[in-house]
Design a protein. Structure first.
Length: 194
């Protein structure tokens, strides 16, 4: 996806995984000056803060990223504009019974970003992309998992990155407090044959 981020700064913070790496590459390829939180920050407040939550099925504490989001939103608000985009797992929207702690921590991150979207509006847009099953390996997905995805396949990293770029696009100026699920329809429900 091509968007114009020339002259804009972006900061990536949080967990390292294939989606975060590809999102950083995508932002830079579209003209953003990118830095990684803790490895040198661009002067001033970034235009885009990309917060990468762990996408494994372990639980995590969303508070450190939530604190960074709140602090950055306050700075962006004083400056007059900004975007905060979370990368989360779709299990925060539809919990998995075997992974209740991971589902709960991701749901907490989603609730936090929605609250911040209300607090930071109208100057700062706060959204998330919820990744479903993304097949970053050899394409051999578990048939049981695929049976729960209406599109019948795992997603590609680039499909998730395109959603992140959509939320980063300066032309997208009326979306806040939203969680865009890129999950092949998994969060819409499981279609049983009875």
């Amino acid at each position: 996806m091509k968007i114009d981020l020339a002259g804009r700064t972006a900061v990536l913070a949080g967990a390292c995984h294939a989606i975060a790496d590809a999102a950083a590459t995508g932002l830079a390829a579209n003209g953003a000056s990118l830095s990684v939180h803790g490895e040198g920050r661009p002067a001033g407040v970034p235009d885009i803060l990309l917060l990468s939550h762990p996408l494994d099925l372990g639980s995590h504490d969303p508070e450190p990223l939530a604190t960074l989001a709140r602090d950055t939103a306050a700075e962006m608000g004083r400056r007059g504009a900004g975007r905060i985009i979370h990368i989360v797992s779709a299990i925060g929207l539809v919990p998995m019974r075997r992974y209740e702690a991971a589902s709960a921590s991701m749901a907490a991150a989603i609730a936090g970003l929605r609250a911040l979207a209300m607090q930071a509006a109208p100057k700062v847009l706060v959204n998330a992309v919820a990744a479903g099953f993304v097949d970053a390996s050899d394409g051999a997905a578990d048939p049981a998992m695929l049976s729960h995805i209406p599109l019948g396949r795992g997603g590609a990293v680039d499909e998730v990155v395109n959603a992140i770029l959509f939320l980063s696009d300066p032309m997208n100026s009326y979306t806040t407090g939203q969680v865009l699920a890129v999950d092949g329809g998994w969060t819409t429900g499981y279609g049983r044959n009875f």
